[in-house]
Design a protein around this ligand. Structure first.
Ligand code: PLP
Length: 399
């Protein structure tokens, strides 16, 4: 035990000593309830936030906030219960129905988070006779969810369709096959080749599961997600996603898909059965966010235009931006210390971004991940590009 603690402390010291520890900045009180992109931190005022998952700006949308307050006043602070005891209100059922309608699926089930939705699905659905095939760069919560299940596990190389096909052939001996992938990968801003995945799934009789945390609300012509963007809404069987990013940013997650699957999850999924139901204010936020998105895709289009502006200006300035067309715009720098000092210097210029390095991303692939929001103005985007250009020149990332 003592050795383990010492070893852990030694590792922690090594990380801090190398200047690579991930800190947690504290926002001023005013930023907490309204995380709009322009907020003041405990550092100088006028900082622009370029690292939130608030893709559509709905976490600071007045109608979303009003809906939360109304739900709080009408339904109370919380349920003090899991769903199946006394934790289900009409608003939970309404939200599940709305989520299913938004994704054009038969039914949906809410969780306290998408982490829980991912933790709860594989174990409930798959038996030791089945197989799950997972992209090697899937989100940690998918990896953990798969760890919890007893199915046979195959890991295919990131977005490598030859490798997936080889693994699908190998997995033919199992009763059922499930291919699991992020729709959009959060570290690289790249999008899974869902058309090809669905073709392979059809050929080898597999189901397809996607995690749409970085797609729901804004990818595709109507913001339905990666499956809509790539024209395979009728081929993807299961979607897990979050209410904690584009859909109001409060908290919560869900699974949507065929009704028998959702019925099974209500009976068997452990994070659903054994964790408190979502508080009314959170449900109110998400419900209003979905209403706004089903009324119009103007907000998503505005975010797409700003993403395009940022990506093209940064590329013209000489930076390499990973991914394509996604509001996650990783500015690739390679060196961990460079990413860390540049991020710090960006903050000195009023731009809040974070450097990512190993083990969050592979060694030698450090980056600053910029995330664009519909509420950034064109001037905000230009200010960010200018700051990157200055800081990049200063630290030798640009010649
Ligand atoms: N899946 C992906 C791809 C994510 O990026 C995240 C959050 O970072 C999650 C799942 C977990 O979502 P939640 O915050 O709702 O637990």
């Amino acid at each position: 035990m003592a050795v383990a603690i010492e070893f852990g402390m030694g590792r922690a010291f090594g990380i801090c000593g190398a200047g690579l520890a991930r800190g947690e900045r504290t926002g001023s009180r005013s930023l907490l309830p309204v995380p709009c992109p322009c907020f003041s931190l405990s550092v100088p005022a006028g900082i622009i936030n370029f690292c939130a998952n608030n893709y559509l700006g709905l976490s600071s949308h007045p109608e979303v906030i009003r809906a939360a307050v109304e739900a709080l006043e009408k339904f109370g602070a919380g349920l003090s219960s899991v769903r199946f005891i006394c934790g289900t209100q009409s608003i939970h059922k309404d939200l599940e129905e709305k989520i299913a309608r938004f994704h054009q699926r038969e039914d949906a089930i809410l969780y306290a988070s998408c982490f829980d939705a991912n933790a709860g699905i594989f174990e409930a659905l798959l038996t030791p006779e089945d197989a799950v095939l997972s992209d090697e760069l899937n989100h940690a919560s998918i990896i953990d969810g798969i760890r919890l299940c007893k199915a046979n596990k195959y890991r295919y190389k990131h977005m490598d369709m030859q490798d997936l096909e080889a693994k699908l052939k190998e997995a033919q001996k199992h009763r059922l096959r499930l291919v699991a992938t992020d729709g959009a990968f959060s570290m690289d801003g790249d999008i899974a080749p869902l058309r090809e995945i669905c073709q392979l799934a059809q050929k080898y009789d597999a189901l397809v599961f996607i995690d749409e945390c970085h797609a729901t609300g804004f990818l595709g012509p109507n913001g339905r997600g990666t499956d809509e963007l790539l024209g395979v809404m009728d081929k993807v069987t299961i979607i897990n996603s979050t209410l904690g990013k584009a859909l109001g940013g409060a908290a919560g997650g869900y699974t949507t898909g065929p009704k028998p699957l959702i019925d099974l999850l209500r009976q068997r999924s452990r994070p659903y059965l054994f964790s408190n139901s979502l508080p009314p204010a959170v449900v109110g936020c998400a419900s209003k966010a979905l209403d706004l998105l089903m009324e119009s895709n103007a907000i998503a289009q505005s975010m797409a235009a700003k993403t395009q502006r940022f990506r093209s200006k940064m590329t013209a300035a000489g930076f390499t931006i990973s991914g394509k067309d996604h509001p996650i715009c990783p500015v690739m720098l390679g060196d961990a210390r460079l990413a860390s000092v540049m991020a710090e210097d960006m903050l000195n210029r009023g731009i809040y971004v974070i450097g990512f390095s190993y083990p969050v991303v592979p060694k030698g692939k450090a980056r600053i991940r910029v995330q664009i929001s519909a509420v950034h103005s064109d001037e905000d985007i230009d200010r960010c590009v200018e700051a990157f250009t200055e800081v990049g020149r200063k630290h030798g990332a640009l010649s």
